[in-house]
Design a protein around this ligand. Structure first.
Ligand SMILES: Cc1ncc(C[n+]2csc(CCOP(=O)(O)OP(=O)(O)O)c2C)c(N)n1
Ligand SMILES: [Mg+2]
Length: 272
């Protein structure tokens, strides 16, 4: 067994529920490395929403909340406010985060509460059989958009930034080295951190939207569509259609963090 898996995974929960070739496995792997490099395993509290990606934290021998669909962020906010010393990391899918959970997402970002939110964007509701999501590309065929999706998708990083998040980044499951660096930096950032991971879903999005279930082909597509932030500035908008920007997209320091504001206003000894 991989030494990090041996060190951190809850063996009795194995095997993983992920399909072969799913990007969720890469995110789990990279997260274990990040936590090991930072040496913060004991300080973690993890929250997972509902969906394939929401299962990621359940495999770690950590303190884990696996909660209601779309409600990972309210649980995570409560957890952070109860024990602000914890490094609270949320694993959520695109449907979980900005479909059913969209309202919670914008308000958690607005408060700049110190959470690290890792949203795995596979462009579809994977777990439930491939329904259209708020991130499904225009014209994307899914089980519930058989004639092609007529709704433009959210740019979730832009949404996070506009709502008030202070650290925003996007990578893909095909960029594990860059993702590792970003997760480490994001966990250390004292504010609302949003990391979007564009990921292949061979079983649903691959088959219906991309026309292939081959994980290698899907991985190459992620590489081809990802444009580094600096390079994207030189590319005209019409050439960016079907592509997305990767890198650290927004980083603001010095903005008031919400749990700190709560504890400053209501110091524990005074409220007793
Ligand atoms: C209140 C509620 N509504 C609907 C569902 C059914 N449901 C479970 S997972 C899911 C979608 C998950 O999609 P996403 O968040 O993108 O995660 P993925 O499986 O793609 O990783 C839905 C609609 C549910 N469990 N609870
Ligand atoms: Mg999804």
């Amino acid at each position: 067994m991989n030494p990090l898996a041996d060190k951190y995974l809850r063996k009795k929960t194995l095997p993983l529920i992920f399909c072969p070739g799913c990007g969720d496995g890469t995110v789990l792997n990279v997260f274990l490395r990040a936590v090991d490099d930072l040496g913060i395993f004991q300080d973690l509290a993890l929250v997972g929403g509902i969906g394939c990606s929401g299962w990621i934290p359940t495999y770690l021998q950590s303190d884990v909340l696996h909660v209601l669909h779309g409600r990972a962020l309210p649980f995570a906010c409560g957890l952070k406010l109860t024990d602000p010393r914890r490094k609270v990391v949320v694993f959520t899918g695109d449907g979980d985060c900005v479909g059913i959970g969209g309202n919670h997402f914008i308000h958690a970002a607005r408060r700049n509460i110190d959470l690290t939110v890792i949203m795995i964007n596979n462009g579809i509701y994977g777990m439930t059989g491939g329904q259209v999501a708020p991130t499904t590309p225009l014209q994307g065929r899914t089980q519930t958009s058989p004639y092609g999706n007529l709704e433009p998708p959210f740019d979730v990083c832009e949404l996070a930034r506009c709502a008030g998040a202070t650290f925003v980044a996007r990578w893909t499951a095909a960029h594990p080295i860059q993702l590792l660096k970003t997760i480490k930096e994001g966990i250390e950032h004292p504010g609302f951190t949003f990391i979007e991971v564009m990921a292949q879903c061979p079983t649903q999005a691959g088959r219906y939207i991309e026309g292939t279930s081959n994980a290698g082909e899907l991985w190459n597509l992620l590489k081809k569509r990802a444009v580094a932030r600096e390079k994207a500035k030189e590319i005209p908008p019409e050439e960016m259609v079907g592509k997305f920007v990767v890198g650290k997209l927004h980083h603001l320091t010095g903005k008031r963090e919400f749990s700190q504001a709560i504890y400053d206003t209501f110091p524990p000894e005074k409220s007793r």
